[in-house]
Design a protein around this ligand. Structure first.
Ligand code: LLP
Length: 420
């Protein structure tokens, strides 16, 4: 559920007509609903609490906007970060250091030291080599790092190949068959407190079976680690829950997920950790755009909008579906190719899409754009960096400025020796 609804024929975010935001901020612009963010944070946390002692860390990569992080911090969420930049954002948004988990397959020595200096709660180690480096840095600082070992359970998540992470051939974690040996060696290092294991098999999962299978394998691993005399107090189950992108799509709900987790992890006697991203922010955002013009095509007209693949990369990268709706409600339908202005055919949001009819100058939205939207934006074709707005009831604020092409050009320079 979300707070983007038609009222008097105009699409609103909470109590704000999107026409107001377009008039005052311009388009393209991402618009987020605070009420939706809060609701999703509450629903997810309540759903997983069925499984016992839990700790939920929002996957910052899905939407790192400071205001969004602040809303989620106020809802009691921690943060799952994958870079020094994300770590600083989480702290700046008011997340408690002890609620921050540092994931990622290529943390640099500088980032590991930064995590230690910031006194974060947990490192999710992705290789023995990384664990040894962290142990050495921590020991040199006279510290002990709380860590879990990310395991690759070799399960097919059944999602898009580019966002699948739990198959043996993926770069993430250590192979499950090597996990006990690596865990045992790392647990012996003085700079590390190995306290458990982690996994994350992929994103946008449309059914729970692969997750249940992977969690089952982790349960067996926990037993084996314990039978070797080592302790396991934390298991990080990652993120990955899908959200509805198409009308009528029904991925598992957080309640279904929580019930599955409770069933599969029964008797583990650990703190379960979660790293949800998409399910918290996906439906809390839209990309608001204007139709530049409609151009006839051989089969279908091209609706050319002012948002492009640089603003919302998901369709170009993963053939992702984002529902397209006119801001002014209409019964008139059209079948169109919806494209941006960027000079390559990858800049296509939809082909032969049946949607509400739009004309030049109309406003429209791409829905479910709150996750992996603005954060994956670029300035390709020397376009501005897309701004972001947060709505709260009847008020809204620009929470990220539009960064003009001229500002970006201003950070570049031509060396003197090229001037003459
Ligand atoms: N934890 C780890 C270790 C992850 O790698 C990810 C996502 C998450 C948690 C959060 O997963 P979520 O709950 O959002 O599915 N750019 C792609 C998605 C990439 C996901 C990367 N990892 C997209 O636009 O679909």
């Amino acid at each position: 559920m979300n707070h983007f609804d038609y009222r008097n024929g105009i699409l609103h975010c909470e109590d704000v007509p999107l026409t107001d935001i377009a008039r005052h901020v311009g388009t393209p612009v991402y618009v987020y609903s605070r009420a939706t963010l809060e609701r999703h944070a509450q629903v997810f946390q309540k759903a997983v609490a069925q499984a016992g002692k839990v700790d939920v860390a929002f996957a910052v990569k899905a939407n790192p906007n400071l205001a969004v992080l602040r809303v989620l911090a106020r809802e009691g969420m921690g943060a799952d970060v994958v870079s020094g930049g994300e770590l600083e954002r989480a702290l700046a948004a008011g997340m408690a250091p002890e609620r921050i988990v540092f994931s990622g397959v290529g943390k640099t020595g500088v980032e590991l030291a930064q995590g230690l200096d910031r006194d974060i709660g947990q490192f999710n180690i992705e290789s023995e080599e990384e664990g040894m480096e962290l142990a050495a840095i921590a020991a040199a600082k006279g510290l002990v790092a709380d860590a879990v070992l990310r395991v690759n359970p070799d399960v097919d998540a059944g999602t898009h190949a580019k966002i699948s992470t739990g198959k043996a051939e993926n770069k993430f974690g250590v192979p499950i068959g090597h996990a006990i040996a690596i865990y045992t060696r790392l647990a012996a290092l003085p700079g590390l407190n190995m306290r458990g294991v982690a996994l994350h098999i992929g994103s946008m999962l449309e059914n729970l079976e692969p997750l249940a299978a992977a969690f089952g394998r982790i349960g067996t691993l926990v037993e084996t680690i314990r039978s070797g005399g080592l302790s396991v107090s934390h298991v990080d189950l990652g993120g990955g829950l899908g959200v509805p992108y198409r009308p009528g799509e029904n991925p598992p709900t957080p309640e279904d997920y929580g019930a599955m987790v409770a069933r599969v992890t029964k008797g583990w006697d650990v703190t379960l950790m979660f790293e949800p991203g998409r399910v918290i922010v996906g439906n809390a955002g839209v990309l608001l755009t204007s139709v530049i013009r409609v151009k006839p095509g051989i089969q279908h007209p091209f609706v050319i909008v002012d948002a492009a693949m640089n603003d919302l990369a998901r369709p170009a990268l993963y053939d992702a579906y984002h529902h397209f709706d006119p801001v002014a409600q209409t019964r008139e339908m059209m079948t169109a190719n919806i494209v941006g202005p960027v000079c390559e055919s990858a800049d296509t949001f939809a082909m032969a899409r049946e949607c509400g009819a739009v004309r030049a100058g109309d406003l429209a939205v791409f829905r479910t754009a709150g996750a992996y939207g603005a954060t994956m934006a670029s300035t390709y074709n020397s376009r501005a960096l897309v701004p972001e707005v947060l709505v709260d009831g009847g008020r809204y604020a620009v929470v990220a400025d539009r960064i003009a092409a001229a500002t970006i050009m201003g950070a570049e320079r031509v060396p003197e020796w090229l001037m003459s």
